[in-house]
Design a protein around this ligand. Structure first.
Ligand SMILES: Nc1ncnc2c1ncn2[C@@H]1O[C@H](COP(=O)(O)OP(=O)(O)OP(=O)(O)O)[C@@H](O)[C@H]1O
Ligand SMILES: [Mg+2]
Length: 510
């Protein structure tokens, strides 16, 4: 029996039909990814699988006794527990047993009459602890926290004091330690840097049990997938095989469907012509009627769906301000103490660079320093006069009660309705969702709204902090093209090599 089985799932959000009767089967140990454009309903489907939401129709059946854990795309919980305590909490029962064993040993020393019996009991617990690798726990947890880039100070801090990215990593670490039968993750790479993504990919490759991971990171999925589920046009298709196999097979299937559909249309047309010509003739009316009956029973294919989620982004350019728009001279960045050695580089007009480096090393801090949002601790930087920056801020707090339309309108009150709708539509925020509060939108739809805002600003310098998070592949391609066409200078911070490779002139390592 399958570990998890979904049959005939249907669900509507107000007016929008997300699925027309989808089916999914997941077997023990299967390594699955779920793909689909932004807003196709991946997160919603996961919510149903974990029981946070009920489908309108259809059944979700977990095999009895199956355990799972779930990592949200946007985590809500904050806790006051230190990270290490939170992580070791997974093994609470084993620590309990250890205590019990120690008590027994102590008791055995003071109770000579039952000495042997007590000792025997203690030894049984000891064996169990050995068997469950209790004495290797520290190493196991250590390997995991190292892989995810936690240092000692992070481990001692309460969860609530961590940055949101670090907190997500703590949840991720806990989930990996729990080793449930099924891991369910929504875009786990969003808050990881490149080394950590690679580390997670290897970890998942070797994961002895099953997982279902939603992602838009193709390089990551190429490494982890053995089964690909594709959610498109409200239906779910299963591809057994790795991600490359899916890419190829999916194209073939699409082409084949188009051919089959065209062939059926030709057949229908021919039959209809025949019927029209013969139905009026006494001699062949019977034949025509039987053709008509056959045609009425034909299982008609639906027209091939038009491509979903097309996106076009464009960042308007003002003018050049000179040969070297930015000079950074021995700049020291940090909050109370320097985070990095002094930074020095020059950025030429029209030059595009990617800044790389471990999570938490200070890439965002660097950007915020040169944007004058936080003070520098030494050295300096200067932009040529007339430089206008258009900034995509990773940590921007937006009021999610606003609709995309109101969000843009508040920043650009002079823009008229048509302009705002056009900007949103072209960035892939469809008109049905443009007036809904953003808290009801998918992660990608919110990200696209923020890009739509940027298309209103004329600039000659782009600063983009992790711009690809939440974006589906089409949106990423559109963003790539927009940056490629942009004539000004560009600084990108991104953990997605596939994205900045071939786009930037050089990479800067922090
Ligand atoms: N609470 C809600 N009320 C109304 N509509 C909603 C609500 N939550 C989500 N939606 C809509 O349902 C659709 C599916 O959302 P979902 O978050 O499942 O998409 P997704 O496939 O996970 O997208 P992404 O790749 O951007 O994360 C979206 O169009 C979204 O706007
Ligand atoms: Mg989602």
């Amino acid at each position: 029996m399958a570990l998890l089985e979904l049959s005939n799932i249907q669900f509507n959000y107000s007016d929008k039909e997300l699925y027309k009767g989808i089916t999914l089967k997941m077997n023990p140990g299967e390594h699955c990814v779920l793909v689909g454009v932004n807003g196709s309903g991946k997160t919603t489907l996961l919510s149903m699988i974990v029981g946070e939401l009920s489908p309108d129709e259809g059944k979700i059946i977990w095999e009895k006794g199956t355990t799972f854990s779930y990592l949200d795309q946007q985590l809500k919980v904050a806790q006051d527990m230190p990270v290490y305590q939170y992580l070791y909490g997974v093994y609470e029962d084993l620590f309990e047993k250890e205590k019990q064993m120690e008590r027994l040993y102590e008791q055995s020393a003071t109770d000579p009459d039952h000495f042997e019996k007590i000792l025997e009991k203690a030894e049984r617990i000891q064996d169990e602890l050995n068997e469950k690798n209790f004495y290797g726990l520290q190493e196991k947890v250590g390997r995991l926290t190292d892989g995810l880039g936690f240092d000692q100070s992070h481990l001692e801090a309460p969860l609530s004091r961590l940055s949101s990215g670090q907190r997500e990593k703590a949840y991720l670490a806990k989930m990996l330690l729990e080793e449930k039968d099924v891991l369910i993750m929504d875009e786990p790479t969003n808050f990881l840097d490149q080394t950590q993504v690679a580390w997670l990919a290897r970890y998942l490759q070797n994961y002895p049990k099953a997982f279902l991971v939603v992602s838009h990171d193709q390089a990551f999925m190429k490494q982890i997938a053995d089964v690909v589920f594709v959610l498109e046009n409200q239906t779910l298709t299963r591809y057994k095989g790795n991600y490359e196999h899916y890419l190829i097979q999916h194209e073939i299937d699409k082409e084949q469907y188009k051919k089959d559909y065209a062939a059926q249309q030709r057949y229908i047309k021919k039959e209809e012509d025949f019927i029209a010509r013969h139905i009026v003739r006494a001699t062949s009316a019977r034949a025509a009627k039987s053709h008509r009956a056959r045609l009425a029973h034909l299982d008609r294919m639906e027209a091939p769906a038009k491509e979903e989620g097309n996106v076009f982004i464009s960042f308007p350019y003002t003018h050049s301000v000179g040969r070297i728009p930015l000079v950074v001279e021995n700049l020291v960045i940090g909050y109370d103490k320097p985070l990095l050695d002094p930074i020095a580089f020059e950025l030429n007009d029209g030059e595009k660079i990617a800044i790389l480096g471990q999570n938490g090393v200070g890439k965002t801090t660097f950007l915020k320093t040169i944007l004058n949002e936080i003070p520098s601790l030494g050295g300096g930087y200067s932009f040529l006069p007339g430089t206008v920056i258009n900034y995509f801020n990773q940590d921007e707090k937006i009021d999610l009660n606003l609709s995309p339309f109101d969000y843009l309108h508040a920043r650009y009150p002079e823009a008229n309705n048509t302009q705002i709708r056009k900007a949103l539509g072209s960035c892939g925020v469809r008109k049905e969702i443009a007036l809904r509060p953003m808290k009801e939108l998918s992660g990608g739809e919110v990200a696209k709204t923020r890009f739509a805002l940027m298309t209103f600003k004329k600039s000659n310098f782009l600063v983009l902090d992790e711009p690809t998070n939440h974006l589906d592949q089409k949106a990423k391609d559109a963003l790539f093209d927009a940056i490629e066409r942009y004539e000004g200078s560009v600084i990108i911070v991104s953990h997605e090599k596939d994205f900045y490779d071939g786009l930037v002139d050089y990479e800067l390592y922090f």
